[in-house]
Design a protein around this ligand. Structure first.
Ligand code: ADP
Ligand code: MG
Length: 456
């Protein structure tokens, strides 16, 4: 007897084989025994699925309307933030440089989409009113990565070239030189350049000194420009990022601050409803409970609109792959499991090596049968792991910070317990399944080698 999950595996894997697609939800069928079940039950599910195509029914009208890059016509619940940013940028229409702005709020609270939306509206307004539109540049600092590449991206976006007319090279120019290229281009006319530095915290997390350097350099560029001015909109997902900023950078970058609070379940529902008619064919969403459930689940996840849209899209894709007519609450619940699994794996994979070593220590102790682990025990195993990996051994204090970070990421749970006159310590437990951590850590060749030594 085939299970619904088994059916799904068959279909997904068949789809991989036939189209080479990896599937946007990252779902992978991984049952060893799928092959014979696929052979045995192949006809029925595929027939049903193909029939839907023949009949012209499909789940999605336009699934792109659920993707993070889609900018909708309206952004409900962000009037306050949009009008704040618009009134700060407004002077650019009269040629006066706007103050710098720092926007912060957790992921999926609309910071990126609001910044893009307001900037586009400003440029459109200038064009309609026949005034000189401000120049704009948008840089995702996490993706772009290094200081050099941020500056290079700015040059590229405003069309700044080397004195000989060639493009700014990918590497190799001294910082001063690339800054001059940028400034010379800007000063050709009286320009206002609005720079959006999205996920700006990642520059500081990569290297606090370097991160502060580039931000300081950009905020001071106005003193060096003759005709033009730069305004910066810095966007951060991390509320504590201000603590990493040099006070001089903070006072300049944080001239104005705009906070993006999380959305509640009702607001998430409103955002979803706006997209449903764009994304899905009529009548595909089984009932109102579907959207309510997506809103409620994403609200638990710190009110993240991106999560809500991903959840709805993944639910739709599940329905589509199964050849179902409608998206139901069951699809939503299953989509939630898929996204949870993917996001935990992603969180572990992207950890810095030292944090992986600490997590690995907790995992190793858990695997050896310990349920509650004290900081000291974790530290001892961590030092062994760090040594085996030829990493610098961090101090207990630093390891304790990494433990707190892993807690914030939801990978472990910690509780502080008092040991009377011996002070306080932390009790640590894994917050996600051991199997899941094991799978990701084992896929790291260096860690899987020490896992063998430790466990065999
Ligand atoms: P952040 O930059 O804060 O992480 P984004 O701006 O990328 O969040 O928003 C995440 C997703 O949610 C995007 O797809 C965006 O279009 C959508 N979104 C966020 N806020 C709203 C809103 N108020 N109305 C409509 N869609 C929104
Ligand atoms: Mg963003």
């Amino acid at each position: 007897m085939i299970t619904p999950v088994g059916q799904l595996d068959c279909l997904v894997i068949r789809a991989f084989i036939s189209t080479g697609s990896t599937g946007s939800s990252g779902y992978r069928g991984n049952n060893d025994d799928f092959q014979w079940r696929c052979e045995a039950e192949l006809e029925k599910p595929l027939d049903k699925l193909f029939d839907k195509f023949l009949q012209g029914q499909s789940i999605f009208r336009n699934r792109n309307a659920l993707r993070p890059t889609f900018v909708p016509d309206k952004l409900p619940y962000r009037d306050e933030q949009m009008s704040r940013i618009a009134s700060i940028l407004g002077p650019a229409l009269r040629g006066a440089p706007p103050s710098n702005i720092l926007c912060y709020g957790k992921t999926g609270t609309g910071k990126t989409v609001v910044a893009k939306y307001v900037l586009k509206a400003l440029i459109d307004k200038a064009t309609d009113s026949s005034v000189r539109p401000p120049l704009s540049a948008f840089v995702n600092c996490r993706i772009v990565g290094t200081n050099y590449r941020v500056l290079r991206s700015l040059c590229e976006q405003i069309g700044a070239r080397m004195p000989d007319g060639s493009e700014v090279p990918f590497t190799g120019l001294p910082t001063d030189e690339i800054r001059s290229v940028l400034k010379n281009k800007l000063d050709e006319e009286a320009n206002i350049l609005v720079v959006v530095l999205d996920e700006v915290d990642s520059l500081l997390k990569r290297d606090v000194t370097q991160g502060n350097d580039i931000l300081y350099g950009l905020t001071r560029m106005n003193g060096e420009l003759k005709n033009s001015r730069i305004s910066i909109i810095g966007i951060s997902n991390d509320l504590k990022f201000k603590e990493m900023l040099d006070p001089r950078v903070l006072s300049s970058l944080g001239e104005e601050e705009v906070v993006f609070p999380p959305y509640n379940a009702v607001e998430l529902k409103g955002i979803l409803e706006q997209r449903v008619s764009l994304a899905f064919n009529d009548g595909v969403i089984a009932d109102e409970g579907v959207i309510n459930l997506v809103g409620a689940l994403a609200a638990q996840e710190h009110g993240d609109a991106r999560r809500a849209l991903d959840l709805l899209r993944t639910a739709g894709e599940l329905a589509e792959r199964r050849g179902d007519d409608k998206v139901t609450q069951e699809h939503v619940r299953e989509a939630q499991k898929i996204l949870e699994r993917d996001s935990v794996s992603e969180a572990i994979k992207t950890l810095p090596m030292q944090s992986k070593a600490v997590l690995f220590a907790v995992y190793a102790l858990t695997k050896k049968g310990k349920r509650d682990i004290f900081t000291g025990e974790c530290f001892n195993v961590y030092t062994e792991v760090a040594r085996a990996l030829s990493l610098d051994t961090l101090t207990q204090r630093r390891v304790s910070d990494l433990i707190s970070e892993l807690d914030m990421l939801g990978l472990i749970n910690t509780t502080v317990i008092s040991k009377g006159r011996y002070g306080r310590t932390k009790k640590i437990r894994l917050a996600v399944s051991r199997k899941q951590i094991g799978e990701v850590l084992d896929s790291e060749p260096r860690l899987s080698r020490i896992a063998k030594d430790l466990f065999e």
